[in-house]
Ligand binder design. Structure first.
Ligand code: GCU
Length: 415
């Protein structure tokens, strides 16, 4: 009996020392610490941004730089694609509802190093359309997991991935996407950088090995940065692909990949639209609210997602020179959609909305309609504008309701 008791105490001590402290997420609005958001329209020298010109030529660059130094790390320049190998191109995928092009690309001439396996679903061939607008979405568990169609090749990459397993966000409604006239482009995020959640941070594999100079710095290029950079490289690939109109591409992602889509949209202005679904802490949610997942929590569970400097803001969000409304501002004036869910408290749905509110002044300065209201909308009553937001019922996921809104959103701008 006594030895069992000792065992429990030891386990408890180990758990506490691993986590560093006992911690419980706050879900109570009344317990939010006092905070003031940095103003995206005040320059580093204290002067006010009063013209779109000042935003474009000065303030935007200042904010982008702050996110690189304090949150996601440096973003290397593009690396050109050395080879694109066609694996297959079939006309009758999804029981004849789509064409499916599968290609792999490499950055190195000898095909060593990262290999990116891309899947492009296209609407059936017609004489009318040659280049389609597209949704670009990274997936979690390999291309094969987003749909049951056996024409999709099995993932051959990292062993931790289980082929055949449904991805986070469930099976994707590819028939609806191509049926509405869009291409769907996807690759597994682990192709760019393995999500070393268990092993801890490691920045010398995946695409990080292509740019060793960023390792060990306070603004080191970390995993979200590598995935976002990967989205841009897929966009480079699409610029050369005759079937997709690279000027009409949506960067979309769910959860950690929603954080990634926002950072991709911020760093690469070629993305026409950006959609972040349930992206939460480090994504659309304001860090200073500390509701649900906090900066300390995310940096402890996922030390590899953000740069080393970001750890300085653990339980110290108020001194961060940015907050996530400024990330959304970086997407302006391009249309953005932030989707939240009532049951996704960990991601702080209200905080995701308040980021949209905080970005609104920038969108308005840039002569767009911005956000239609500064009050949290009713459940499943989307706010439609240049900044779009909805709060749907249910849990952390990408549902049919979400997809309907995202397709309507894309129709408004890039159809
Ligand atoms: C965890 C993490 C979130 C993240 C999510 C996901 O819940 O705490 O920040 O968004 O995983 O990517 O699934």
């Amino acid at each position: 009996m006594r030895s069992i008791y000792c065992f429990i105490v030891i386990v408890a001590l180990v758990v506490c020392s691993v986590e560093g402290k006992a911690w419980q997420a706050n879900y109570d609005e009344a317990k939010i610490p006092k905070y003031t958001l940095p103003d995206p329209l005040v320059m580093a020298d204290g002067s006010k941004v009063v013209s779109p010109e000042q935003w474009r030529t000065k303030r935007r660059a200042e904010i982008l730089d702050l996110f690189k130094k304090h949150v996601y790390g440096a973003m290397p320049s593009a690396m050109s694609i050395a080879h694109v190998d066609r694996v297959s191109f079939i006309d009758n995928a999804l029981a004849g509802k789509a064409r499916l092009l599968q290609e792999s690309f490499y950055f190195k001439k000898d095909r060593s190093g990262p290999k990116i396996d891309v899947c492009v679903f296209l609407p059936p061939k017609t004489k009318k359309v040659k280049a389609y607008p597209a949704f670009l979405i990274l997936n979690f568990f390999g291309n094969r997991t987003i749909h049951t169609d056996e024409n999709i090749r099995m993932y051959t990459g990292h062993a931790r991935l289980k082929p055949g397993r449904a991805g986070r966000g469930g099976k994707w409604p590819i028939e609806d996407i191509v049926g509405r006239g869009y291409a769907l482009v996807t690759a597994c995020y682990n192709n760019f950088d393995i999500d070393h959640r268990v092993q801890g941070p490691k920045f010398d594999d995946g695409v990080h090995q292509l740019y060793p100079k960023y390792q060990g710095r306070s603004d080191n290029w970390a995993s979200i940065g590598a995935w976002a950079w990967g989205m841009s490289r897929i966009l480079d690939y699409l610029e050369k692909l005759e079937f997709v109109d690279a000027k009409r591409v949506v960067a979309m992602g769910h959860s950690r990949l929603g954080k990634t889509a926002l950072w991709a949209g911020a760093t690469d202005q070629r993305f026409a639209l950006v959609i972040s679904n349930n992206s939460g802490c480090g994504g659309a949610a304001l860090a200073r609210r500390r509701i649900g997942e906090s900066v300390w929590r995310i940096n402890t569970s996922f030390p590899h997602w953000f740069c080393a400097k970001h750890k300085e803001y653990n339980d110290n969000e108020n001194v961060m020179p940015v907050d996530q409304h400024m990330l959304i501002s970086l997407i302006a004036p391009r249309p953005v959609y932030v989707g939240s869910a009532t049951g996704d408290k960990w991601a702080d749905p209200r905080g995701e909305f308040l980021s949209c509110v905080g970005a609104d002044a920038v969108y308005k300065l840039l002569n767009t309609s911005g956000l239609a209201s500064h009050s949290l909308p009713a459940i499943e009553k989307p706010l439609v504008g240049t900044i779009n937001y909805h709060l749907r019922k249910g849990k952390h996921d990408v549902t049919k309701f979400d997809w309907t809104q995202y397709l309507d959103f894309a129709d408004r701008y890039i159809k």
